[in-house]
Write a protein that binds this ligand. Sequence first.
Ligand code: PEP
Length: 251
Amino acid sequence: MRTKIVAGNWKMNKSFQEAEELIGELATKLEDKELICEVVVCPPALYLEMASDYADESIFCVGAQNVSEHEHGAYTGEISAEMLDSVDVDFCIVGHSERRKYFDEDNYLLANKVNRVLDHDMIPIYCCGEVIEEREKNIHFDIVEQQIKEGLFHLSEDEFSNIVIAYEPVWAIGTGLTATPEQAQEMHAFIRKLVAKKYGETAAADCTILYGGSCNAQNAVELFAQKDVDGGLIGGASLKADDFIKIAESF
Ligand code: PEP
């Protein structure tokens, strides 16, 4: 079902103590809020269990930043979907551009990660987006189309109904350069059309598509006002409770 979502990707930031402070602050400050979106907090894997304990008493959900493409076994250092599920993780980011760039994750490997997450009844937040050179060459629609087709379109219609897509132009991530609301809307509408072509109009209308890339408390209202933008995947601005909550109030 199409839901408004604001998800915070903490990336590799904060000590355990700092993480617990921020989660506690979020839990307290969200207590009296009546939000029309779901709030998802994605801390480093080490803090997921602690975050889940706080989430039990609060309105936010917990997401992981990554998952292994393997079920289980001799994969030193990896964390499986089953493990995430066992500490009550609800969402998992798959295919963040930093994973694609620094860990060579391609669309086919990501398709396997999506499968693992779905196998354990969690919701993948599947990231796509072009680098600046691709936008300059005017091939950004082709790039996003390929990422979505190869990473997601092996799914059945039923499986696809549990997918959240995050459009994150790579040139806007952590750079302070935000896509204009028009650029975001244009790509989100394009993605929705791709989904309609593959799975039908109802599936497309029900698909949640988030924007990510230097979204903050100042620009969120205008971005979220776009017809096909259903919320945001937030990096830097999710590290401060007040900023993050203000973004969640931007609908
Ligand atoms: C992200 O990491 O997904 C992201 C959007 O980062 P930032 O908001 O800092 O650009």
